[in-house]
Structure formats: structure tokens, C-alpha cells
Write a protein that binds this ligand. Structure first.
Ligand code: HEC
Ligand code: HEC
Ligand code: HEC
Ligand code: HEC
Ligand code: HEC
Ligand code: HEC
Ligand code: HEC
Ligand code: HEC
Length: 426
């Protein structure tokens, strides 16, 4: 008896619920079908549509007509969290969650036009990764930018919000490519990538081993990604070898993390720490490395892969010898007054975090004061040193030598030559 009553009540309730949902969705869809049919179609093929998660579940119901569209909620990650707690929590513990904050911690960001940051193209197009604080959202709004409130749609693009799409390494390509982090180019041309594509084309059997970005960086669908070295390729503790330790200190000075005169940490170190831009103790570095070794060992012998990753570490030390030599050459020009310290620089020393804005100014100021030799130094660090070691980790022979080591050597030659000319012209 109770059971039937409950059943009837539940039936009525879900009927009411369904008709409510259908009604709200109809209104939105009716109008938007005419306005933006592709978008509506995309939603219709999604799991959300199949599960009656309508437009208003994410955008609210306040906006009802063509005039009041600014009342529509542009949903942030917390809206997704309300139904996908697990992925949200994982994401918030991973490195992707720092994309926006680390972008804003870099002086170069504040020297570029706003379109390239808040506008969501350039730096901001890739760094729209990470849950924004209320303060960060206010800043966006105050500059007149309304979108870019969600990072879940960076891999599960709207409005299909598909899992299958995100499992495809193409989902990573837009951001992990190009100048300073060509993981896409390196992976896709490596044997790992070659196999993945061959398998996709049906030229290798279904069971063939072919690791994608996700195999190594999102094992078991875990949204909390992180690596041992990370992007900057520096860490603590310093290496045991004296020269290698001195070289890393030189690089840390050029990153503005250590004061070039006192050798003491600067406030920039706190920013680096806050977003885990570098590992500052052996333990946190080793934890990520051990996880990766375990992943490689699914398909290779443990000894084999340890040797492969150790080589990535040792090439970094050799690359740092070239890098430190170049930094010291440019630093000597500052010391001897051949390059004048830009007002915004933390010290009378080269500063890599302005990127190519080597006058230390916003993009529209003092353009005749850009220091060219400093630009070559930034390129050596950002483009060629990155490639040298990232290529070892992504098994790319060509990037390791020709686009990496070879180009670093060339940059060093150019820096020495420029320094010589600057001194002789003085
Ligand atoms: C009578 C037509 C109409 C109805 C009904 C309607 N919309 Fe819209 N909506 C618009 C127009 C017009 C715009 C502005 C589009 C443009 O500029 O191209 C808009 C914009 C939006 C935007 C983007 C807001 C922005 O800031 O860019 C969202 C999100 C949206 N609608 C969702 C909904 C949802 C959800 C519903 C149902 C609750 C709905 N709309 C109902 C006409 C409508
Ligand atoms: C699962 C959540 C979700 C659902 C369901 C959803 N949207 Fe969206 N929508 C988003 C997100 C996330 C954004 C991006 C917000 C931002 O950029 O800040 C967005 C952006 C938009 C925009 C503005 C950007 C653009 O590309 O035009 C419109 C318009 C829009 N949605 C309409 C709709 C309509 C119409 C429906 C129903 C057919 C719908 N949305 C269903 C999450 C959703
Ligand atoms: C009101 C609840 C609700 C909200 C809000 C919501 N989802 Fe979903 N989502 C679901 C349901 C239900 C499914 C289908 C069952 C499942 O896979 O859990 C789903 C499925 C998915 C899937 C898997 C699709 C597939 O191909 O298997 C993804 C990815 C996803 N949602 C992402 C998002 C994102 C991103 C947001 C925020 C912009 C969001 N969802 C907001 C309820 C929601
Ligand atoms: C094509 C996409 C893209 C563009 C454009 C881009 N970045 Fe990045 N950025 C990334 C990716 C991807 C990473 C992570 C790379 C890695 O770890 O190898 C990253 C890493 C970083 C990091 C290091 C974060 C950390 O915690 O290690 C900083 C800082 C940074 N970018 C700043 C910038 C600035 C400033 C700009 C513009 C002047 C910019 N990026 C432009 C994609 C981009
Ligand atoms: C076979 C496993 C594997 C695959 C496949 C793979 N990576 Fe990596 N990735 C690594 C290893 C190993 C490291 C370095 C880990 C460390 O620091 O110990 C790394 C590091 C990274 C880093 C940090 C910076 C760097 O390059 O050292 C990013 C970002 C990254 N990978 C993204 C990607 C993307 C995007 C793809 C796909 C295009 C990809 N990876 C494919 C194993 C892999
Ligand atoms: C870096 C890319 C990336 C981002 C960003 C991302 N996801 Fe995913 N997501 C994936 C991948 C890859 C999978 C498939 C995992 C697997 O192997 O099962 C996935 C799976 C999912 C699923 C389906 C889970 C299942 O097994 O049915 C949901 C739901 C989901 N993500 C929600 C989210 C939400 C919410 C966010 C934002 C907090 C988000 N994702 C951000 C890559 C991403
Ligand atoms: C919208 C751009 C974007 C997409 C798409 C994207 N990433 Fe990233 N990724 C970034 C940025 C930006 C960072 C640096 C975050 C930070 O500041 O710490 C990053 C960092 C990483 C890191 C951590 C490197 C470290 O510092 O340890 C890994 C690993 C990574 N991404 C893998 C992936 C994989 C795998 C995919 C695809 C499933 C993917 N990413 C998709 C932008 C993106
Ligand atoms: C899902 C299985 C799988 C995973 C995980 C995997 N690999 Fe591979 N790897 C392969 C296959 C298959 C090949 C191509 C066949 C071969 O050369 O052995 C390959 C090739 C290689 C090669 C080139 C070998 C040569 O002789 O040219 C290196 C180096 C390598 N992998 C290192 C690694 C490292 C390091 C990791 C972890 C970061 C890793 N692999 C993770 C399957 C995998």
C-alpha cells in the first residue's frame, strides 16, 4: 500500500519536474534555435540533453528575452561542481587550477595589451585554466570582459561537453604546442604519437599500446595533473655538483627569484611557491617522478624508463651550463653600464620574466629602448632550453637536438658576438 502511494506520488512529482524542465528549456531553445542553431544542436547531442540538463540548469532563468540577455548567468566551475563534485575537486588540486593565477603573477602579462589577456586570445586564451577568485572575476568585469568564466570547457568544449572529445589528445593541442612548450609537436612525431595515430587509423590492432597525453598525465581520468620539473625547469635542493649548483643559482637570479647581489630569496619566490611553479624540496619532486615511472612501467621495463627520465635530468644540467654562461655575459653588460637598468626591473641584472618586453615597460612605451641582447637571452631560455629537456621527456630526437640544444648553442654564439660589439662600440 505504502509502496504504491509512494510510487504514485513520485510519478506525479517527476511528471511535474519534467514538464517544468521541458517548459523552461523550450523557451530558451525556441528562441535560440533561430539565433544560434549550431549551439542548440550541440547541446542536443550532449549527455546533458539526454539527462534533461537544460540551458537554464547552467544559465539560470532570469534572462527571458532579446533585451535582457545580460541577466544570463555565465556559469563558472562551481556550477559544474554541483553535479560533478569528483572532477571539480581533482581539478582544484591539480596544476591546471593555477593557470590564471600564474599568468597574472608574471610581469610580462601586465606589459601586454588587454586583448591578449582578459580578451581570451594570446596568453589569456590558454591560461583561462583554473578557478578564478571573486577578485579576479571583478578585475575581468571592470575591464569590460564578460566571458572566460569556466575552464572545464577547455577540454570538454561547449555545448557538447563530451568525455570522448577530452580523451582525445587533440583536446590538449591548442595550448600545449608552439614556442615554449611544443609537447604536441614532440609527442605527435614521437613513436608514442605515431602509434596512437596508426591505431586510430586502424593500422594497429585495438589492443596495441599507444600512450596519449592523457595516459601519462591524467591516469584513471584523474583531473589533478602535475609533473616533477614543471615548466620553468628549476627546483630545490640545488644539485650536488658545484658548477651545476652555481648555474642554477644564476638562472634563479635571472628569474628574479634570488637577489643577484645578496643571493637571498625575493618576493617573487613567494609567488612561485603559491602556484607551485617550481618544486622547492626533494620530496614533492620525487613524488611526481615516482608516479610517472610507474606509468611508464606499464609498458616498459622499470630500469629502461628510469634511465630515460634520468637523461632528461642530466641534459637539463648541461643546458644550464650554456644558459648560465649567456646570463653572465649579459649581466656583465649591466654591471659595466653598457645596458641601463629599466625602471621596472627588480635589480641591475637581466630579467627573464618580462619576456620580450626588455625595456620593462607596457607595450606602448619606450619602444626604442628594447634591449636586443636581452631578447636573445629570453629566446634562449623560453624557446630553446625548454625544448632541449621537454624533448627528452616526450621522446623527440629532433626537438632534443636541432630545435633545442643546437639553437641554444647558436643563441650563446649570438650573445657573445653582440656583447663584443657593444663593448667595442662603447
Ligand atoms: C526571445 C528570445 C530569447 C529567449 C527566450 C532566450 N534568449 Fe538567450 N539570448 C537572446 C538574445 C537576443 C541574446 C543576445 C545574443 C546576441 O547578442 O547574439 C541572448 C543571449 C544569451 C546568452 C549569452 C549571454 C551573453 O552575455 O552573451 C545566454 C547564455 C542565453 N541567451 C541563454 C538563454 C537561456 C538559458 C534562456 C532560457 C532561460 C534564453 N537564453 C532565452 C534571446 C533569447
Ligand atoms: C552544462 C552547462 C551548460 C548548459 C546546459 C548550457 N550552457 Fe551555454 N554556456 C555554458 C558555459 C560554461 C559557457 C561559457 C561561459 C563563459 O564563457 O564565461 C556558455 C556560454 C553560452 C553562450 C555565450 C557564448 C557563445 O558561445 O555564444 C550562449 C549564447 C549559451 N551558452 C547558450 C546556451 C543555450 C541556448 C543552451 C541550451 C540549448 C545552453 N547554453 C546550455 C554552459 C552551459
Ligand atoms: C544539473 C546537473 C549538471 C550540471 C550543472 C552539469 N552537469 Fe555535466 N552531466 C550531468 C549528467 C546527469 C550527466 C550524464 C551522466 C554522467 O555522465 O554523469 C553529465 C555528463 C557530463 C559529462 C560526460 C559526458 C560524456 O560524454 O559522457 C561531462 C564531460 C560533463 N557532464 C561536464 C559538465 C560541465 C563542464 C559542466 C559545467 C559547465 C556540467 N557538466 C554541468 C549533470 C550536470
Ligand atoms: C598557446 C597557449 C599559451 C599561450 C599563448 C601562453 N601560455 Fe603560458 N603556458 C601554457 C602552457 C600549456 C603552460 C604549461 C607548459 C608546461 O608546463 O610545459 C604554460 C606555462 C606558463 C607559466 C608557468 C606556470 C607554472 O606554474 O609553471 C607561466 C608563468 C606562463 N605560462 C605565462 C604566460 C604568459 C605571461 C603568456 C603571454 C605573454 C603566456 N604564458 C602565453 C600555454 C600558453
Ligand atoms: C609516455 C608518457 C607521456 C606522454 C604520452 C606525454 N607526456 Fe608529457 N611528460 C611526460 C614526462 C615523463 C614528463 C616529465 C616529468 C618530470 O618532470 O619528471 C612530462 C612533462 C610534461 C609537461 C611539463 C613540462 C615538460 O614538458 O617537461 C607538460 C605540460 C606535458 N608533459 C604535457 C603533455 C602533453 C600535452 C602531451 C600530449 C601532447 C604529453 N605531455 C604526452 C610523459 C608523457
Ligand atoms: C585538461 C582537460 C580537462 C579539463 C580541463 C577538464 N576535464 Fe573532465 N575529463 C577529461 C578527460 C581526459 C576525461 C576522461 C577521463 C577518463 O579517462 O575516464 C574527463 C572526464 C570527465 C567527466 C566524465 C567522467 C566519467 O567517467 O563519466 C566529467 C563529468 C568531467 N570530466 C567533468 C569535468 C569538470 C566538471 C571539469 C572542470 C572542473 C573538467 N572536467 C575539466 C579532461 C578534462
Ligand atoms: C586551455 C589551455 C590548455 C589545455 C586545453 C590543456 N592545458 Fe595543460 N596546461 C595549461 C596551462 C596554462 C598550464 C600551466 C598551469 C599553471 O600555471 O600551473 C598547463 C599545465 C599542464 C600540466 C602541468 C605541468 C606542470 O607544471 O607540472 C600538464 C601535465 C598538462 N597541462 C597536461 C595537459 C593535458 C594532458 C591536456 C589535455 C588533456 C591539457 N593539459 C590541456 C593549459 C592547457
Ligand atoms: C601505454 C604503453 C606505453 C607507455 C605508458 C609508455 N610507453 Fe614508451 N613506448 C611504447 C611503445 C609501444 C613504443 C614503441 C615501440 C618501441 O620502440 O618499443 C614506445 C617507445 C618508447 C621509446 C623509444 C624507444 C626507441 O627505441 O626508439 C622511449 C625512449 C620510451 N618509449 C620511453 C617511455 C617513457 C620514458 C615512458 C613514461 C614517461 C613511456 N615510454 C611510457 C609504449 C609505452
Amino acid at each position: 500500500m505504502m509502496k504504491t502511494l509512494q510510487g504514485v506520488l513520485a510519478g506525479i512529482f517527476s511528471l511535474l519536474l519534467l514538464s517544468g524542465v521541458a517548459h523552461a528549456a523550450d523557451v530558451c531553445i525556441e528562441c535560440h534555435q533561430k539565433l544560434s542553431p549550431g549551439q542548440v544542436k550541440d547541446w542536443q547531442i550532449s549527455e546533458h540533453a539526454k539527462n534533461d540538463i537544460s540551458c537554464s540548469a547552467c544559465h539560470g532563468e532570469a534572462h527571458k528575452n532579446a533585451e535582457d540577455y545580460k541577466l544570463a548567468v555565465l556559469p563558472d566551475e562551481k556550477v559544474c561542481q554541483s553535479c560533478h563534485e569528483e572532477q571539480f575537486t581533482q581539478f582544484s588540486h591539480g596544476k591546471h587550477n593555477f593557470g590564471w593565477t600564474s599568468l597574472n603573477a608574471i610581469p610580462a602579462t601586465h606589459m601586454a595589451p588587454d586583448e591578449l589577456i582578459e580578451g581570451g586570445r594570446g596568453c589569456g586564451g590558454c591560461h583561462n585554466m583554473g578557478i578564478k577568485t571573486e577578485e579576479q572575476k571583478k578585475e575581468l568585469a571592470s575591464k569590460g570582459y564578460r566571458y572566460q568564466n569556466n575552464s572545464c570547457d577547455e577540454c570538454h568544449t561547449r555545448h557538447a561537453f563530451s568525455k570522448k572529445e577530452a580523451v582525445n589528445p587533440f583536446a590538449c593541442q591548442q595550448c600545449h604546442m608552439g614556442y615554449d612548450h611544443p609537447q604536441w609537436e614532440m609527442w605527435s612525431s614521437s613513436k608514442h604519437g605515431e602509434r596512437w595515430f596508426a591505431k586510430k587509423h586502424g593500422d594497429l590492432p585495438e589492443g596495441a599500446a599507444a600512450p596519449s597525453c592523457q595516459t601519462c598525465h591524467m591516469p584513471d581520468g584523474n583531473h589533478a595533473n602535475e609533473t616533477a620539473w614543471g615548466f620553468l625547469g628549476v627546483r630545490l635542493p640545488l644539485p650536488d655538483d658545484k658548477q651545476a649548483a652555481a648555474d642554477r643559482v644564476t638562472i634563479l637570479k635571472a628569474l628574479g627569484v634570488l637577489d643577484p647581489v645578496t643571493g637571498k630569496p625575493t618576493p617573487i619566490l613567494d609567488a612561485v611557491k603559491a602556484v607551485r611553479m617550481a618544486k622547492l624540496d626533494q620530496e614533492s619532486w620525487q613524488k611526481e617522478r615516482d608516479k610517472m615511472l610507474k606509468i611508464c612501467s606499464q609498458c616498459h621495463s622499470a630500469k629502461y624508463v628510469k634511465e630515460q627520465l634520468d637523461m632528461g635530468d642530466s641534459i637539463m644540467i648541461k643546458a644550464d651550463r650554456l644558459m648560465a654562461d649567456a646570463i653572465e655575459t649579459v649581466a656583465a653588460l649591466y654591471k659595466d653600464g653598457l645596458i641601463k637598468k629599466p625602471a621596472g626591473y627588480p635589480a641591475n641584472y637581466p630579467f627573464l620574466l618580462t619576456f620580450m618586453h626588455t625595456n620593462g615597460e607596457r607595450w606602448d612605451k619606450d619602444l626604442d629602448k628594447l634591449s636586443y641582447i636581452d631578447q636573445v637571452l629570453v629566446q634562449m631560455y623560453m624557446k630553446h632550453r625548454m625544448r632541449t629537456y621537454q624533448a627528452f621527456f616526450h621522446v623527440s630526437p629532433d626537438y632534443a637536438y636541432w630545435y633545442g640544444w643546437n639553437e641554444m648553442t647558436k643563441d650563446l654564439g649570438e650573445i657573445k658576438e653582440l656583447a663584443k660589439t657593444m663593448r667595442s662600440e662603447k
